[in-house]
Design a protein around this ligand. Structure first.
Ligand SMILES: [Fe+2]
Ligand SMILES: [Fe+2]
Length: 283
């Protein structure tokens, strides 16, 4: 069994390439197994047309996507969905958390909506072939491939990394981003974890992945780690924990932030790579 992850959207782009970067995430994940391959598209970026063009440039046929996995509600992960569905021209299950469509705001400097854009609504999704599978618990979406579901927050040094708000029963309350889910892929005796923004905290996510799969070996992490505004203390504790957990390879981009990337590079050296649009990663 092997896995190939192609980065169709990230905030930077590979040197050299003809691809376009954007603030957002979209990965094409090919899980090749004896019993047949499963192709997953994790997130769809902001600009779906760019995701589609990048896929073409990389020789990826999006009509071969079996499952779309949406890691959380933020527009930089979901806005491209309709354009991607239009290009795929097929029925496809879309796995996400049941709270995906809740209101989600930041105050920057005044209130600003950052959730699933209004044109990406249930009606439009279904019209274009998307079948919503909204599940909030750990869920095996294909043999050996799991959605984490909601991730228990157990560490005392991690938080969602963004001051987000939602509206509950007419009250303006802190958004704990419980919809933040990641993908876990079992490869032989280890696991590969693919995250969108890791709002649940990357250490919480890894602990959860270990519990779900009953495996300790973490072959790799791919994704945004949302450490862009993290304190020095959080950066140090996160790095320490990743070392302690013996994470073998780390590919971090999008909302990880330069300081976190630099710190991770210092610790993991050739086993750390900053993510970029156009990267193809094999496990
Ligand atoms: Fe993001
Ligand atoms: Fe996010």
């Amino acid at each position: 069994m092997s896995v190939k992850v192609s980065v169709l959207a990230d905030d930077s782009v590979l040197f050299p390439s003809r691809l376009l970067a954007q603030h957002g995430v979209s990965y094409f994940i090919e899980v090749r197994r004896k019993e047949g391959s499963v192709n997953i598209l994790l997130d769809t970026g902001i600009y779906g047309k760019v995701v589609v063009d990048n896929a073409k440039e990389l020789g990826i046929d999006l009509s071969k996507v079996d499952i779309i996995f949406l890691t959380h509600c933020h527009y930089d992960h979901t806005e491209g969905l309709i354009d991607v569905l239009k290009a795929m021209k097929k029925e496809v299950p879309i796995v996400a958390h049941p709270d995906l469509f809740r209101p989600c705001y930041v105050k920057r400097p005044s209130i600003k909506y950052i959730g699933v854009p209004s044109n990406v609504n249930k009606e439009e999704i279904e019209k274009n072939g998307g079948k919503l599978v909204l599940v909030n618990h750990p869920f095996e979406i294909a043999k050996g491939i799991w959605s984490t579901g909601e991730v228990p927050r157990i560490t005392d040094f991690e938080d969602v990394g963004v001051e987000a708000f939602t509206i509950k029963n007419g009250k303006w309350v802190k958004d704990e981003m419980l919809d933040d889910m990641s993908l876990i892929i079992e490869i032989e005796d280890g696991v590969l974890v693919v995250a969108g923004c890791s709002h649940a905290g990357i250490i919480n996510i890894l602990e959860h992945a270990k519990r779900i799969t009953k495996r300790d070996r973490i072959l790799g992490i791919i994704g945004g780690l949302h450490l862009i505004k993290a304190s020095e203390e959080r950066l140090s504790k996160t790095t320490e924990k990743l070392k302690e957990m013996k994470v073998e390879r780390i590919y971090a981009g999008h909302c990880t932030g330069f300081k976190a990337q630099y710190k991770l590079y210092k610790e993991f050296r050739e086993n750390f790579k900053p993510l970029a649009t156009g990267m193809e990663i094999e496990f």
